[in-house]
Design a binder for this molecule. Structure first.
Ligand code: FES
Ligand SMILES: [Fe+2]
Length: 341
């Protein structure tokens, strides 16, 4: 079946996507973010309420992301119109007398917004039944949970997902970091399809190498990758001594050819290895190497239909997991976009 290149964004509008770290949006802060080609203003009001809305002011289109919170309302920087956390226009300073009809017409177009896992999430199309996957390790007090700095990629979100699922690039793209002890030969992968995505189990292809640093940054481990469609992918690393690390990547699409990777990690209790800050610093280096590889690829996004330079045409066993993503993602698209009966 041929799908159009518009299908992925139409479907992702029905899902929760991260737009900011919660720590970057304290009470009183206003931010801008482009999600799925839609420019948003995101704000946390002094009472803690969150707002996500189209960025353009209903008056003359000024970007409300350049506004500020003033006496408990979001104020447009241009003519000072004020909006509450529900998007209602509360004040038009140029009107001598309040005009309820004008105020009612001036409502912002708002979207569902929530905070979880230390991130702010927006769902553009509220008709979607999508909920965030539960990752207990991210919310369990005895695990150490850390958020990484979101990283902008000049590449489509599916390029980033393929990269995260790919174990054959370690020895090359991460030659000085993750790949110092990596075996480029692909280990046997055990892939199973789940109702909400898929799972892969494999040993991390590490060699016994004098380059291998102590401390579980690049040590051999069992690897379980779990993709919750469309774009929430976790890796559980289980080390021989029983310590574990769970990572998540969510490439939040900005435009067709750009995304922002939100990511975090959780470390099992009494982890015998580097401090959490050192693990984050190492992961930032690795992610930046991945960014460079994703930005080298043409076209900037994986075509939705099989194509050379994309997926499904020139494949090796190492590409099986990326192909599993593309195939299950297409099935997911068909389900999400099918007309309601
Ligand atoms: S453009 Fe926002 S108040 Fe005029
Ligand atoms: Fe990588």
């Amino acid at each position: 079946m041929m799908l159009t290149e518009e299908a992925p964004f139409a479907a992702l509008r029905k899902t929760w996507q991260p737009v900011a770290l919660a720590a970057d949006l304290p009470a009183g802060r206003v931010l801008g973010y482009t999600l799925l080609d839609c420019e948003l203003v995101v704000a946390r009001f002094p009472d803690g309420k969150l707002l996500a809305a189209d960025v353009a002011c209903p008056h003359k289109g000024a970007r409300l992301s350049a506004g500020r919170l003033c006496d408990g309302d979001l104020m447009c920087p241009y003519h000072g119109w004020r909006f509450d956390a529900a998007g209602s226009c509360r004040n038009i300073p140029s009107l001598v007398a309040p005009n309820p009809e004008k105020l009612a017409l001036s409502h912002l177009r708002t979207y569902r917004v929530q905070e979880r896992y230390g991130m702010i999430w927006v769902k553009l199309d509220s008709s979607g039944a999508h909920e965030l996957p539960d990752v207990p390790e991210f919310e369990t007090a005895d695990w150490t949970y850390r958020l990484g700095p979101p990283m902008a990629f000049r590449a489509g979100f599916r390029r980033e997902i393929e990269n995260y699922l790919d174990m054959t690039h370690f020895a090359f793209a991460h030659a000085t970091t993750l790949g110092q002890a990596a075996d480029p030969r692909i280990p046997p992968m055990d892939i199973s399809i789940k109702p909400d995505g898929f799972q892969m189990d494999a040993p991390f292809p590490a060699l016994n190498s004098p380059h291998e640093q102590p401390g579980k940054l690049q040590s051999a481990h069992h690897r379980r990758q779990r993709c919750y469609l469309p774009n929430f992918t976790t890796i559980r690393q289980s080390f021989p001594d029983g310590d574990e690390r769970v990572l998540v990547h969510i490439p939040s699409p900005n435009t067709r050819e750009t995304c922002t990777v939100f990511w975090s990690l959780a470390i099992s209790p009494d982890f015998r290895g580097p401090a959490p800050e050192d693990q984050i610093a190492f992961a930032v280096k690795v992610l930046d190497e991945d960014r460079q590889m994703c930005e080298l690829q043409l076209p900037a996004e994986v075509p939705i239909n099989p194509a050379r330079g994309g997926w499904g045409v020139l494949v090796t066993p190492g590409d099986t997991l990326a192909n599993t993503f593309q195939k299950t993602f297409r099935q997911w698209l068909s389900q999400v976009l099918q007309p309601a009966t």
